[in-house]
Write a protein that binds this ligand. Structure first.
Ligand code: PGA
Length: 229
C-alpha cells in the first residue's frame, strides 16, 4: 500500500491570531492522522515558530526560498535561515511564476540552495517540458523530494483537473523520475479520494481547503486509503 501525501499550502494568508487558533484546533487531532498519510504544512515563514513550539506529527515546509545564499538580499529568506525549521520547501509554484515572474532559471537556483542545506525541494511544474528542462540543469534531480503537478486553471477556481488526466501526467513524470508525484488544484475533502486512488498520484496539494483546520482534518481523513468511510 502506498503512502499518501497531503500538503497544505496556506499561501499569503492568516494573521497571527488566526494561525494560532488553527494550530490549537489542529494539534489535538494530529494523533488521528492515518498511518499511511504523510502530512506536510507550508504556512508563511513567520508562522513557523508556532508549530516548532509543539511536538508535531506533521512535517513543515516553506512556500519559497531565496535563490541566493544568506547575505545582502533585503527581504529574502535563505535556505540556511530555514535550517532546522523545515523539512521541505515548495519551489516554483505557478503563482510565483505568474505574479513574481519566476523562471525555470530561478527555480533551478532555488532547488540548488535547498539541496545544499538538506531541505527537500517540492518542485512545482505544469508540463512535462518543464520537468525535462529543470532536470537538465539540476545535477541529481532525482534527489528532489517531491514533484507537484499543478494545473494553473484549476488553482483556487473550484475546477479541478480530472483525476484520470492528472494520473496520465503523473505517469509521464514517473517515466523520468521515480519520486512522489502530487496533484494540486481545487482539491477538497469531497474529491481527494478520487485523486489519491489513481495509481501514479502519491498525494495532493491543498490551498483553500487547508485554511480551515476542521476542513483540513476531514480532508486528511478522506485521503487515507486504509481508513474505511
Ligand atoms: P487550491 O490551491 O487548493 O486553492 O486550488 C492548490 C495549489 O496551490 O496547488
Amino acid at each position: 500500500m502506498k503512502s499518501v501525501y497531503v500538503l497544505g499550502n496556506w499561501k499569503s494568508n492568516k494573521t497571527l491570531l488566526e494561525a494560532t487558533s488553527w494550530v490549537e484546533t489542529f494539534f489535538p487531532s494530529q494523533q488521528n492522522i492515518p498511518e499511511d498519510t504523510i502530512v506536510i504544512l507550508c504556512p508563511a515563514f513567520h508562522h513557523l515558530p508556532l508549530f516548532l513550539e509543539r511536538k508535531l506529527a506533521i512535517f513543515l515546509g516553506a512556500q519559497n526560498v531565496s535563490p541566493y545564499q544568506s547575505g545582502p538580499y533585503t527581504g529574502e529568506i535563505s535556505a540556511l535561515m530555514l535550517d532546522a525549521m523545515v523539512t521541505y520547501a515548495m519551489i516554483g509554484h505557478s503563482e510565483r511564476r505568474t505574479h513574481f515572474h519566476e523562471t525555470n532559471e530561478v527555480v533551478v537556483e532555488k532547488v540548488k540552495r535547498c539541496m545544499e542545506h538538506d531541505i527537500k525541494p517540492i518542485v512545482c511544474v505544469s508540463t512535462f517540458e518543464e520537468v525535462k528542462d529543470l532536470s537538465l540543469h539540476v545535477p541529481e534531480f532525482s534527489r528532489v523530494g517531491i514533484l507537484l503537478y499543478e494545473l494553473p486553471s484549476a488553482i483556487g477556481t473550484g475546477k479541478a483537473d480530472s483525476p484520470e488526466n492528472a494520473n496520465n501526467i503523473a505517469i509521464q513524470f514517473k517515466q523520468l523520475f521515480d519520486i512522489p508525484i502530487l496533484y494540486g488544484g481545487s482539491v477538497k475533502p469531497e474529491n481527494v479520494k478520487e485523486f489519491v486512488s489513481q495509481e501514479h498520484i502519491d498525494g495532493v496539494v491543498v490551498g483553500g481547503a487547508s485554511l480551515d483546520a476542521q476542513t483540513f482534518i476531514s480532508l486528511i481523513q478522506n485521503a487515507s486509503l486504509t481508513v474505511l468511510h
